[in-house]
Design a protein around this ligand. Structure first.
Ligand code: G6P
Length: 610
């Protein structure tokens, strides 16, 4: 959600903090702020607005501190206004914190502190925590003890960093439920909510676990639990390069990431798809191979775009492995009373590996004795660490808030999983070889669609004024209709709905008139004729049809207003191709409407609160 950065070392902290905040701005972007020791106290600048604006507010100031903290906010408690921005301070103004997550018992704590005479300036839960830590510090005179005591009393989630003017040679970081990664340099540490703020300074990092604390000084780092039990940190090497988190000549991260898909799809399959043998090698699943052999049922869970990938996975796994699959929103799964048996396998799908609902679903499933796997992008993330086994999608950092390349990489892994489970059951090597060989051709076919960007942009221009969009698809392309609609509403703010094409008659058809564009996914598969009939029904009501169809399909060209052609592939694999024009259509529509596609309003890249 929000972005956190902290630094202690020998460099001037301010430029490093601002740079870190720019890297993290995709996580939350309604407010930004920093705190640094200055003179005898702290210097704090924060405001509702962008990091660039914060930078200009700080322009020309001489702030030589070599320690400091910073934050970009995605509002939970309190609207995005200056006084609600982080860092927040205690009553003395000498202790500041930046915080991600939610302090659930903040109202009770606040009431107690108010009884004791403490006043509050913001509407946030974070200020309550800052004041609470400050009050305990007044009492104990020991900053670490104050932080640990406060954290043992709060309910909810936190990833936080504390800075105190009384102890400018210490930074304290802590986590419960909200990620904190610490970069280890030479006599310096960079704390952040994700590694993108760290990678240009050091590749050596460690992650805090829940209820763990790091006390960072220039001469070393100590980690312990909030109950004061020493822990040991496991150093990891970051695997991605700086260029993966830069725009590389593209106007937006989203467009860059859309264009990376031939490569990222290939990367997801690399070394795993043994096309000649018709076999799949998934090293991350070796430890659960026997469990997967005898599995009775798979439950795929996730949120947002990852949930759409799960829906495609359901078709694929049922078709190829003949194994029953259920797909559940993680947010629903965690609060239901799901019926799970030891032979059920739950698969959590998450780009970030930090989505609070998905993580909670993982824990719920584990508590009920199911084997839980992860299909995750971010290496070392909470879901990756907490699942029994899993497969990384290796899409590299995804910065655009609207997920694109992570989706097609999730699809790649889900198809590999379907083939893997299928080969353990009834799928013949010949059938697997045919699909595997075609998967290897998909990157070039994605590239062909990307080369038609200008044509898609022209279509987007014609419909950018629309207030509603309908997306229709059938079978394995029904989830793609949902995903196309989600992309459109996320970044262009046009209301869009996805439906199975045949359901149109049961309601949405009432909306169709000459102002209603309908995007119809219509590759030549076994349901093609039916979809063609749906298109006729839309046209008969003067609706406008943008069809996603096979190249050189004369029948579609005769009925649709526009046809975006996609190269032919196996019907089962069409989702990997049909989603690409929908991503571009949403992108160019948003551009036409002047929207900020990388930072759409109200959204956050990684939703670490419920
Ligand atoms: C947020 C993002 C979506 C993403 C969803 C799930 O809503 O804006 O793009 O699909 O979270 O995120 P995850 O990291 O778990 O895939």
């Amino acid at each position: 959600m929000c972005g956190i950065v902290g630094y202690i070392g020998h460099r001037t902290a301010l430029p490093l903090l601002l740079n870190g905040l720019k890297r993290l701005e995709y996580r939350g972007y309604d407010s930004a702020g920093i705190a640094l020791p200055h003179g005898e106290g702290l210097y704090i600048v924060k405001h509702a607005g962008t990091v660039a604006q914060l930078e200009s507010m700080l322009n020309g100031l001489d702030l030589p501190a070599t320690v400091g903290i910073g934050h970009t906010r995605w509002a939970t408690h309190g609207e995005p206004i200056d006084r609600n921005a982080h860092p927040h301070t205690d009553a003395s103004g000498r202790l500041a914190i930046v915080h991600n997550g939610i302090i659930e018992n903040y109202a009770t704590l606040k009431a107690k502190l108010q009884e004791d005479g403490y006043a509050f300036r913001s509407d946030t839960d974070t200020e309550v925590l800052a004041v609470f830590i400050g009050a305990l510090y007044e009492q104990y005179g020991d900053i670490e003890l104050a932080v640990r005591t406060a954290l043992s009393e709060v309910q909810g989630t936190f990833g936080l960093v504390v800075l105190s003017a009384d102890h400018p040679d210490i930074l304290i970081a802590a986590r419960r439920g909200s990620p904190i990664v610490i970069g280890v340099g030479n006599g310096e540490y960079i704390v952040a909510s994700d590694a993108t703020a760290i990678v240009e300074y050091t590749r050596s990092v460690f992650y805090l676990t829940d209820d763990e604390l790091a006390i960072l000084t220039r001469s070393g780092c100590q980690t312990k639990t909030i109950d004061d039990i020493p822990t040991s940190a496991e150093l990891l090497e970051l695997e991605f390069d700086l260029e993966r988190i830069e725009k590389g000549g593209y106007p937006h991260f989203m467009l860059k990431e859309i264009h990376e898909q031939p490569e990222t799809f290939r990367d997801a399959c690399r070394g795993r798809l043994l096309a000649h043998e018709g076999n799949i090698k998934l090293g991350g699943l070796r430890s659960v191979e026997q469990t997967l052999r005898r599995a009775n049922r798979l439950i795929l869970t996730g949120c947002g775009t990852s949930w759409h990938a799960a829906l495609v996975g359901e078709y694929w796994i049922e078709e190829l492995a003949r194994l029953p699959v259920e797909v559940e929103y993680a947010s629903e799964f965690r609060y239901r009373n799901p019926v799970l048996s030891p032979d059920d396998v739950v698969v959590a799908i998450s780009q970030s590996g930090e989505t609070a609902d998905t993580l909670a679903a993982v824990r719920e499933a584990q508590m009920r004795g199911a084997t839980v796997l992860g299909i995750v992008n971010v290496v070392g993330s909470s879901i990756a660490r907490e699942t029994h086994a899993g497969v990384y999608i290796h899409a590299g950092p995804e910065i655009g808030v609207a997920s694109t390349k992570a989706f097609t990489s999730q699809l790649a892994i889900l198809m590999l999983l379907a083939l893997y489970l299928g080969r353990m059951r009834h799928l013949s090597a010949t059938q697997a070889q045919e699909i595997a060989a075609e998967m290897l051709r998909l990157p070039d076919k994605i590239q062909t669609i990307l080369s038609r960007g200008d044509f898609i942009q022209d279509i987007a221009r014609s419909y950018a004024h629309a207030t509603n969009f309908l997306y229709l698809g059938r079978g394995v392309n029904f989830p793609i209709a949902l995903e196309g609609a989600l992309k459109m509403k996320e970044i262009s703010y046009i209301h869009a709905e996805g439906y199975p094409a045949a359901e149109m008659k049961h309601g949405p058809i009432a909306l169709i008139d000459e102002n209603m564009p309908a995007v119809v996914i219509a590759p030549r598969d076994e349901l093609y004729e039916k979809v063609l009939a749906n298109i006729e029904e839309i046209r008969a009501r003067r609706g406008k049809v943008i069809a996603i169809a096979d190249e050189n399909d004369p029948d579609i060209a005769a009925v649709a207003n526009h046809v975006i052609p996609i190269p032919r592939t196996l019907p089962l694999l069409t989702p990997v191709l049909t989603v690409i024009p929908l991503q571009l259509l949403a992108y160019y529509t948003a551009i036409e409407r002047g929207c900020n596609v990388d930072m759409p309003r109200n959204l956050a890249k990684s939703v670490t609160v419920e």
